[in-house]
Design a protein around this ligand. Structure first.
Ligand SMILES: [Zn+2]
Length: 240
């Protein structure tokens, strides 16, 4: 009888332990969360590896299998320093959540958001800091489809300070006039074409106006790529 009781008690305790373990996993996702990378780990990364990591993360984002992270814990840890894997120059459009798109966490990406994802002196300064000081290995200029700023530039909108912002996008519109088809903001294919050219201009500006970043690229210390994100399906395509 005592033996039976002991077995029953053991089974109960065992079951309780499993239940507690399951509850712990649910409430503390940090236990399975990827850790923030250290400087030593960042030093070993290459731009090509980071790009591959981001593309795999984008696949998880599209499939709805993103990683659960403990943001509170990561924020506390990051107080000690930042070692981003990449700098992403993206549009500030709220349909373009940069970390989510690549299934990355706090501390992984040095995000520079500006409406129209153009490159000016301020963005160049931030990018040089991200790569030459903070150690990022990849620069990605990421445009997106259905961009309101690009559409406004196509329509030649003039309104307050937005006029100056749109002036930065006009060169992309001007080099897109070879497009075959309707060249207006209602034609999504034309808007996409202009957005791709806008990314190409940003890549060119980085290489032309930042000798620091150009030298880092030439020496293989960083990789520079352009992409176009589709908010409709989460797909990211390379812009060459
Ligand atoms: Zn946009």
């Amino acid at each position: 009888m005592n033996k039976k009781k002991n077995i029953l008690l053991s089974l109960l305790l065992c079951g309780l332990a499993v239940s507690c373990k399951k509850a712990e996993n649910r409430e503390s996702p940090s236990k399975s969360s990827p850790q923030i990378i250290t400087k030593e780990q960042q030093d070993k990364l290459t731009g090509e590896e980071v790009l591959k990591d981001f593309m795999e993360g984008n696949k998880r984002f599209r499939e709805g299998t993103v990683t659960v992270r403990n943001h509170t814990k990561r924020t506390r840890t990051l107080v000690n320093g930042q070692f981003p894997k990449a700098v992403v120059i993206s549009c500030s459009d709220n349909r373009v959540p940069v970390e989510d798109i690549f299934d990355q966490g706090l501390g992984d990406i040095f995000v520079e958001s500006v409406a129209g994802n153009f490159v000016d002196e301020d963005v160049l300064g931030s990018t040089e800091y991200a790569c030459a000081v903070a150690g990022a290995k990849l620069i990605m200029v990421m445009g997106h489809q259905h961009c309101g700023v690009v559409k406004a530039a196509i329509d030649n909108v003039r309104f307050g300070n937005i006029t100056a912002t749109l002036y930065r996008i006009r060169p992309a519109v001007n080099i897109s006039l070879s497009f075959t088809g309707m060249k207006n903001s209602r034609n999504n294919e034309f808007v996409k074409f202009v957005s791709e050219n806008n990314v190409r201009i940003a890549l060119s500006e980085i290489r032309k106006k930042s000798p620091i970043l150009k030298e880092m690229e030439d020496n293989g210390k960083i990789k520079i790529v352009g992409t176009l994100y589709s908010p409709a399906d989460g797909i990211l395509q390379l812009v060459k």
